[in-house]
Design a binder for this molecule. Structure first.
Ligand code: SF4
Length: 461
């Protein structure tokens, strides 16, 4: 709840019918992954039509705007910018004209060698319309489409130039491809509908479309999504997986299943392990709505301490993400929560949240609890202390953002005003995820990166 922003969500669909309504519905479901801009591109059999702008999905892609477009194949995107400016020019899908027809790209993740690639291509005389790393993907793909006959080969060549995190939905002249970076840092899965297939960042979108989950796109895999079959090209040689642990602890919807693990189940298990690692003598367990809820249920189940809702969210308070600075956003977040005095008064309360980045929001919430009469406030956190930046598409860019870089756990406890504070351990988190540690990215909590980043520790050295 007090955590960082995500970068984006992507979707692509190929079917025997008009995919525009389904793309729009899928984007509504993955709206939590990005609220800055929304868009979709569809191929009508001859041309690609794109509608995109800054704003939420229902503002940009509504009945009016979508009335004029239709097609059996398309890609869509919701964005929170982590590379590139916030302007509508960086809204996606991003389209370029290639020798093989129009290329439309929807991208989730960050390309870590973006600046080097851009510099290199500037020197070769290229120019760019945007400052988004997604444009460089589109242009490099376009270059390789010129020199190879087969889109699979062109995409493989493009991947050989890119480092970092990317889950992509790509449409090339009406053919739809899904691509996941060689470590599978960002999620991407495939679903099947009556008469079509869909690729999407989170499986929760499949449920809302009545689609059946088929499988995850594997790390380094390229799939071509046709209405009736899925074609695949997998990388040769060993695969070093590094799935982002933050997807399960914070970003993804609880009803999504990613790389074989249901987000809700993982969060509940985190709560169970937190109760074992950091018990507390309290009267009730309370979540910070909404993302800490499953963690708190797990804590309550394991500890036997009753679970109660002590905060009510004011759902219609304005959108905090558009506020101009961090402190304005944090004040607005606190305004969104009303404590329920009858639940809280005179009680020793344990609150469970998904993460602490700066700690300022949590501090405000603890003050609210105390003003509503809480006798004690204990805090448990479902993610180990964040101590290192994310270069893979999460808005945690510099170490000075992280309170855990400069404060001990006890100093953080004091600064947020809690009676006790404990984080889940890295081993406890891995146990909850039930995914081998070597298949996870844990870089923001252990400082060891799955790809080479200048000045940072590389996992495979
Ligand atoms: Fe996820 Fe953290 Fe790795 Fe970024 S550094 S991909 S947030 S685990």
């Amino acid at each position: 709840m007090a955590g960082p922003k995500h970068s984006c969500g992507v979707v692509g669909m190929n079917a025997t019918y008009n995919v525009v309504p389904s793309l729009q519905r899928a984007l509504l479901v993955i709206q939590h992954r990005g609220q800055e801009s929304a868009g979709l591109s569809v191929f009508d059999g001859k041309y690609v039509q794109t509608i995109k702008n800054n704003g939420l999905v229902d503002a940009v892609l509504n009945e009016n705007s979508l009335r004029s477009i239709s097609g059996n194949c398309g890609v869509g995107h919701v964005r929170y910018s982590t590379t590139g400016s916030h302007g509508a020019i960086n809204a996606q899908p991003l389209t370029v004209q290639s020798v093989k027809g129009t290329v439309a790209i929807a991208h989730n993740g960050d390309i870590t060698n973006y600046h080097a690639l851009r510099e290199n291509y500037f020197k070769q005389g290229w120019s760019f319309l945007t400052d988004s790393d997604s444009e460089i993907i589109a242009r490099i793909l376009s270059k390789h489409l010129y020199s190879t006959d087969e889109p699979f080969a062109a995409i493989r060549e493009m991947m050989s130039e890119l480092d970092g995190a990317y889950a992509l939905a790509i449409m090339i002249n009406g053919r739809l491809f899904g691509v996941r970076d060689p470590h599978g840092i960002r999620p991407l899965c495939i679903g099947k509908t009556e008469g079509g297939h869909i690729i999407v960042s989170e499986s929760a979108a499949l449920i809302s479309l009545g689609a059946e989950f088929v499988r995850d796109v594997e790390p380094g895999e390229i799939v071509e999504i046709k209405d009736d079959i899925i074609l695949s090209d997998k990388p040769k040689g060993p695969i070093n997986k590094a799935h982002c642990m933050f997807e399960w602890t914070y970003f993804a919807r609880p009803d999504s299943v990613m790389d074989g693990r249901c987000v809700y189940d993982v969060r509940k298990k985190i709560g169970i392990i937190l109760a074992r690692e950091a018990p507390a003598d309290v009267d009730l367990v309370m979540p910070i709505p909404d993302s800490g809820r499953a963690h708190a249920i797990g804590y309550s189940v394991e500890s036997g301490v009753p679970y109660e809702e002590g905060f009510m969210k004011n759902r219609f308070v304005g959108r905090t993400f558009i506020l101009p600075d961090q402190s304005a956003r944090e004040n607005a977040v606190a305004m969104k929560m009303n404590p329920i005095r009858s639940t809280i008064e005179g009680k020793r309360i344990l609150i469970v949240d998904d993460s602490i980045v700066r700690g300022t929001t949590l501090m405000k919430l603890i003050k609210l609890l105390r003003s509503a009469g809480a006798k004690e406030v204990h805090v448990r956190i479902g993610c180990p202390p964040v101590i290192a930046p994310c270069y893979y598409g999460v808005d945690m860019k510099t170490r000075d953002q992280f309170i855990a870089c400069t404060h001990t756990v006890d100093q953080i406890r004091q600064s947020i005003g809690a009676d006790s504070l404990a984080y889940i351990s890295i081993d406890g988190l891995v146990e909850a995820l039930e995914i081998p540690k070597e298949d996870l990215c844990l870089a923001c909590v252990d400082g060891i990166y799955p790809t080479r980043i200048d000045g940072e520790k590389y996992r495979y050295d």
